[in-house]
Design a protein around this ligand. Structure first.
Ligand code: NAD
Length: 373
């Protein structure tokens, strides 16, 4: 079983899909590991560290040659897989709803694409879930970036020269990233409030010591819904939410938006008029900017100033914490493949529940149910 990991080629992608820690673990399972030269440099992992862990460190084409499995953070271009075994697996993120062409190319190439973002939200797959591990770090980084952009302090400070007021932080969307954003803002001493469409998040917000702000008169999503994900809300709900947010947002210093709906553009949560109602110097961090954005006018990797409010957002937030993000991502991949390791055949054999959920292509065809419609 030969496993290869390539250097990421997407602009601004600093992460790497394998670390010396997971190299050792894969070798312990009986695999041979090949890593492309320089693959870990942007995540502070040297070629030497990979070699010490037991990996071959070689140019890309050599790494892929004869590979049974290729690991990536973002799926490599199918051209980069030339020389891999026929039917080789590629475990990476594919952004399958938006990258139909890549998925088709993998099918044509005869590769088995395993999309890590399609990992089912079930207890036994939690340790394999790259969306969770990366969102968690992203939620943290969003708050730090907003704090750094903000021209005032987060905690209340009583000084001889007078009192500095605590910042008011509002988190919109309380999934994995939002929960970490709340926790981080609390740790920095801000006054934190948060909202979501899923009523189950209300208690979670309170348990972190923040104030829930919820639409009360129109039903949101009760309980956890399908896999905990949100769906598009009714027009009536959207209107009620906009009114509630308008009243609240005008009093906030920092807003962190994290709202996503799988397979759809991010919901628009903050309009230009709402931005105008905020105090000059306020900061909005749009974590959904790469999926179309929650905030009117937000641009990936740019600071947009509107009505004296700075709007920020990264196209790849987790990539700004590349070392930790890579360590977690690599462990997710290892946890995934090792959970299915068949000692007799010396390779992973996926089951239906997880295998069918993540597999996009097989035997020259696109086989995933979620892509069928
Ligand atoms: P996500 O990234 O898909 O979305 C972020 C948040 O935005 C969600 O909480 C969503 O409800 C919210 N949102 C969507 N539309 C909104 C709107 N119009 N207004 C306000 N908020 C809106 O979500 P996520 O971080 O992936 O997590 C979703 C849920 O899945 C959480 O409850 C999480 O605990 C759960 N989860 C379970 C597992 C598992 O069991 N293996 C793994 C990861 C996450």
């Amino acid at each position: 079983m030969r496993i290869a990991a390539l250097k990421e080629r997407a602009p601004g992608e600093n992460r790497v899909a394998i670390t010396p820690e997971t190299v050792k673990k894969f070798i312990a399972l009986g695999a041979t590991i090949a890593v492309e030269e320089g693959a870990g440099l942007a995540a502070s992992v040297t070629d030497e560290a990979y070699r010490e862990a037991g990996a071959e460190v070689v140019p890309a084409a050599k790494a892929v040659e004869g590979a049974d499995i290729v690991l990536g953070v973002q799926a490599p271009d199918v051209m980069a897989l030339a020389g891999a075994k026929p039917g080789a697996w590629v475990a990476a993120t594919f952004d399958p709803f938006r990258n139909g062409e890549t998925v088709e190319a993998y099918a044509k190439g005869g590769f088995e694409a395993l999309a890590m973002e399609f990992m089912p939200r079930i207890t036994r797959a939690q340790s394999m879930d790259v969306l969770s591990s990366q969102s968690n770090l992203a939620g943290y980084k969003a708050v730090l970036t907003a704090a750094n952009t903000y021209g005032r302090a987060f905690p209340m400070m009583m000084t001889a020269a007078g009192t500095v007021q605590a910042a008011k932080v509002f988190v919109m969307g309380v999934g994995v990233a939002g929960l970490q954003a709340i926790a981080t803002a609390k740790r920095l001493g801000a006054q934190v409030s948060a909202t979501d469409v899923r009523s189950a998040t209300k208690e979670q917000i309170q348990s972190l010591g923040a104030k829930p702000v919820f639409v009360e008169d129109v039903a949101g999503i009760e309980g956890e819904g399908s896999g905990g994900y949100a769906t598009e809300m009714s027009e009536e709900y959207q209107k009620a939410q906009a009114e509630l947010v308008s009243a609240h947002i005008a009093k906030q210093d920092i807003v962190i938006t994290t709202a996503l709906i799988p397979g759809r553009p991010a919901p628009k949560l903050i309009s230009d008029a709402q931005i105008a109602s905020m105090k000059p110097g306020s900061v909005i961090f749009d974590l959904a900017v790469a999926q179309g954005g929650n905030v009117a006018g937000s641009q990936p990797d740019q600071t947009v100033e509107k009505h004296g409010v700075k709007i920020v957002g990264y196209s790849n937030t987790a990539g700004h914490l590349a070392a930790d993000a890579s360590a977690l991502f690599a462990r997710n991949l290892y946890n995934f493949l090792s959970a299915f390791w068949d000692t007799e055949s010396g390779r992973p054999v996926l089951d239906e529940e997880i295998g069918d959920a993540v597999r996009l292509t097989q035997g020259g065809k696109v086989v995933n149910e979620r892509l069928a419609g």
